[in-house]
Design a binder for this molecule. Structure first.
Ligand code: FO1
Length: 312
């Protein structure tokens, strides 16, 4: 049995960059990208799945590289008009992006699963690799802060990550069923590697790990589990990872992220800047250029991750 299936766990902007790199190397029928849905929420009566959409736009080459979310070449007539009508304008939905949320909402209301809808919409956008929601059941990240418990998007966008994080929990995770194809991939004899993309461990990766049986399945996984550090030089490339780690009493370092995955991590990729940390790490650790600003960087890092997996 040739081991050719690559399973990537992704959320947010960093995850989508590495997923894009992998999509240029791994044949689409062998690439399964599991997307975090803990960021999902209902807004303006719409079901919004930001991490699925960030992945979708990145793989469709439609992503807004300035904002890091939403579509490029966007117009904002809907938002401008909504604001003049006194509607909530804090969560910005571009006119083209809006069509995706409307269509997803209509199809969910018609009884389709998030996975089925995602498969059809990504195909319509010309994406061959498979983007799979971690579950069809609702999981909602809640952030317990010094200002009380906030829904994720209220914290992340509404409050721009200012409140001090005391803890996170993933409402619904214990009752949610991992998508069966996700479970099957983890147990598949043709699994070549599991790649944990450089996403925020707390808001993008741990909702996935919080699903019943996933941590156990990763620890039991025959294939190597590789992670790319989302922290470079003590700082996150984008977003609140470092601030969150400090507020949670952790040192914002590549080593501290690896410790979150200690029970299943086989290989770890950290940036050259963090070479000094490599010695103390238990998983096989290698250095690479982990800041991905060009497509070439994304492809190179994806290749490095697969090479590390194949070497273990
Ligand atoms: N992030 C923001 O900081 N401000 C926004 O107005 C915003 C709108 C938005 C609309 C659609 C979408 O898919 C994502 C959007 N994001 C926005 C990002 C979103 O908050 C994600 O949860 C983050 O990318 C973290 O994963």
């Amino acid at each position: 049995m040739t081991k050719n299936l690559v399973l990537a766990l992704s959320g947010g902007v960093g995850g989508a960059k590495l997923a894009l790199g992998l999509s240029h190397i791994v044949a689409p029928e062998n690439l399964l990208i599991v997307a975090n849905t803990g960021d999902d929420f209902e807004h303006l009566g719409l079901s919004i799945s930001p991490d699925i959409d960030t992945l979708t736009y990145a793989l469709a080459n439609l992503d807004n590289q300035t904002l890091g979310w939403g579509r490029r070449d966007e117009t904002w007539s809907f938002m401008e008009t909504l604001a003049t009508l006194g509607g909530p304008a804090w969560f910005r939905l571009g006119d083209r992006d809006l069509a995706l949320h409307v269509q997803r909402t209509l199809r969910l209301k018609a009884g389709e699963t998030l996975a089925a809808i995602t498969a059809d919409l990504t195909a319509r956008l010309g994406i061959a690799a498979r983007i799979l929601p971690m579950s069809n059941d609702p999981v909602r990240t809640r952030v317990d802060t010094n200002e009380g418990i906030l829904d994720f998007q209220d914290y992340f966008v509404g409050r721009q990550c200012q409140p001090e994080v005391k803890s996170l929990h993933f409402a619904g995770a214990e009752a949610a069923r991992p998508h069966p194809d996700f479970r099957a991939a983890l147990a598949s004899p043709s699994l070549r590697a599991v790649i944990i993309c450089p996403s925020n461990p707390f808001i993008s990766v741990e909702p996935i790990l919080a699903l019943p049986g996933i941590r156990t399945a990763l620890a039991a996984c025959e294939a190597p589990v590789i992670a790319v550090s989302p922290i470079i030089g003590g700082r996150a490339v984008k977003g609140p990872t470092a601030k969150m780690m400090t507020e949670l009493g952790l040192t914002p370092s590549a080593a501290a992220v690896a410790a979150r995955y200690a029970d299943f991590l086989d290989g770890y990729i950290i940036d050259h800047q963090d070479a000094a940390e490599a010695a103390g790490l238990t998983p096989r650790t290698i250095l690479a250029a982990t800041l991905m600003t060009t497509l070439e960087h994304k492809i190179a890092l994806a290749q490095t991750a697969l090479d590390l997996a194949d070497s273990l």
